[in-house]
Design a protein around this ligand. Structure first.
Ligand SMILES: Cc1ncc(COP(=O)(O)O)c(C=O)c1O
Length: 298
């Protein structure tokens, strides 16, 4: 699956630091920390006419990621919400929109890793694009297991949503070369962590299982699925899960803001069932309820 250029995004406005720029002028400095060392944190947000899905949770995760990385001046939620509102209004956007919200440590006085070189404040970027769900959730995706391990806290805590996702990018490259849609990444012990850009669930005998968030991003869509299932009498358990358990599941699906809930129809060439009743029920419940998770920007 390769995303395509959407003509509607040709002349969008992008918010950088404290104001809006046209797409061709939306640039950051070569001295910015994101360029220098991937020293930035980010969130992906989905916008519906009802508001931004789970906005508060996304803003909390952004803040916690930046705090872990000891950013000096994390913008207030009010500032970020205003920046998002301004960007959406300038672009006339209120549906089918995805926002890449990035906070970099900002510009350095000279190249180097040391955060003390950052003396002009952090830099917020609100990149809102017309972007319907990225996967065709009616046909599902095919994945391969990757030789690239997902980071656990021993190396770089996956709970920080940072811009250093090179091992996930390498896993995606392996999937591309194999002609599949995503790379399935294991943790350092060999248990399934997540896909390169989304979380995973399996269904077995009417129960949902998902990997502990030890070596995956604790996804917000993942937590929404858990919440919806729990309040609808469907059992969900976090567990250490092996590749074999995924291959032999009654159903497998991926979760993320970019694609929401996407059935996985093949792992390493083994076909997966996509007609499981529990899985179909969860996909339907999510679709019916997700707009109830939207929050307004005021
Ligand atoms: C590596 C990774 N896993 C999972 C997800 C899904 O997280 P969420 O449901 O919060 O969008 C993302 C999204 O950014 C991601 O980058």
């Amino acid at each position: 699956m390769l995303q395509r250029f959407d003509e509607r995004n040709r002349s969008i406005k992008v918010f950088i630091k404290d104001r809006l720029f046209s797409r061709e002028d939306a640039k950051i400095s070569v001295f910015d920390s994101a360029v220098q060392g991937g020293d930035a944190v980010w969130e992906g947000l989905r916008v519906y006419p009802e508001g931004v899905v789970c906005l508060e949770k996304h803003l909390n995760r952004l803040k916690e990621s930046a705090h872990t990385l000891a950013f000096d001046d994390i913008p207030s939620k009010k500032f970020i919400k205003n920046a998002i509102r301004e960007t959406l209004e300038a672009n006339g956007m209120d549906d089918d929109v995805h926002i890449r919200l990035t906070l970099t440590r900002g510009e350095k006085i000279t190249s180097g890793m040391d955060p003390r070189l950052n003396q002009s404040g952090s830099c917020l970027i609100v990149l809102a694009e017309w972007k319907p769900l990225v996967y065709d959730n009616s046909s599902g995706i095919k994945v391969i297991s990757s030789s690239q391990r997902r980071n656990g806290p021993q190396f770089l805590d996956s709970k920080i949503h940072h811009n250093n996702l090179l091992n996930n990018i390498l896993a995606k490259i392996q999937a591309n070369i194999a002609g599949k849609d995503a790379g399935l990444m294991l943790d350092e012990r060999g248990f399934v962590a997540e896909l390169n850009g989304s979380n995973l669930f399996l269904v077995k005998d009417g129960i949902l299982y998902t990997p502990f968030a030890h070596a995956c991003l604790p996804g917000i869509t993942r937590s929404t699925v858990i919440e919806i299932c729990t309040s609808n009498g469907i059992t969900v358990q976090e567990a250490d899960l092996s590749l074999s358990q995924f291959i032999n599941a009654d159903g497998v699906f991926a979760t993320g803001t970019m694609g929401e809930l996407t059935p996985v129809i093949e792992i390493d060439g083994r076909k997966l069932n996509r007609e499981d009743e529990t899985m179909k029920k969860v996909l339907k419940l999510f679709k019916n309820k997700i707009r109830g998770f939207c929050e307004s920007l005021t």
